[in-house]
Write a protein that binds this ligand. Structure first.
Ligand code: SF4
Length: 217
């Protein structure tokens, strides 16, 4: 795909989902500490489910130091509605502990430092860097971004790191964070996993999946 076509798709998605950027219904709102912890918790679940535990969790553990000293069963009780809550409770307590012991109680500002935190990979680090600090160091490739990148034709691989590289080549750096939000919004509303709603899709005429569908029908 040409950069020009990718940008056209970006503008069409922005027109369709103007509220997707920095939406209060995502985990990417709050202090850097909150964004980090909520993003770790968002693995394998929905933002809506994670936001339900935001208030009880942070009213009890307001700082990295408080969470670092938490008892695992107490944290598990608060986040048990999320999947994998045993592992997630351990991850967020360990991440808080590392913030305190290695970073002076602050969320670090670089990819290299963020990925040293327990439970944090490139995807989580990209979300934190963008939403907490406004930094576009990479593109967060979650399940929606991965599926849409393949369907639309931004990338021909299923490898998340290579998809990220493909997207970074196609789009200018200042659009990387917003691109993730737009693709997620489109993946939820229209290009759903089981059955994409191509008939009402604003980018159908640019989409490889749709073009192939037309050829075979
Ligand atoms: S045309 Fe269909 S497959 Fe392509 S982006 Fe739109 S909904 Fe998804």
């Amino acid at each position: 795909m040409r950069n020009k076509d990718a940008l056209k798709i970006y503008s069409l998605l922005l027109k369709r989902y103007p509220d997707a950027l920095d939406s209060p219904t995502t985990v990417g709102r709050g202090t850097p500490f909150q964004v980090l912890i909520l993003t770790i918790l968002s693995a394998q679940t929905t933002d809506r489910a994670v936001l339900l535990v935001k208030k009880p969790l942070f009213s009890r553990y307001r700082t990295p130091a408080a969470l670092a000293n938490a008892d695992i069963p107490d944290v598990e009780e608060i986040i048990h509605s999320l999947g994998f809550y045993h592992a997630k409770a351990r991850h967020i307590i360990a991440a808080a502990h590392t913030l305190v012991s290695e970073f002076g109680g602050k969320v670090p500002l670089t990819m290299d430092e963020l990925v040293t935190l327990p439970g944090v990979g490139r995807k989580t680090a990209n979300i934190v860097l963008y939403h907490a600090f406004g930094k576009n160091e990479g593109i967060a490739v979650d399940t929606h971004v991965k599926r849409l990148a393949q369907r639309i034709g931004f990338s021909g691989t299923s490898d998340q790191d290579r998809i990220e590289q493909n997207l970074m080549r196609l789009f200018p750096q200042e659009k990387w964070g917003d691109l993730t939000d737009l693709l997620i919004a489109h993946g939820r509303a229209c290009c759903t996993a089981k059955k994409p709603h191509c008939g009402v899709c604003p980018i159908a005429c640019h989409c490889r999946y749709f073009q192939n569908l037309k050829k075979t029908s």
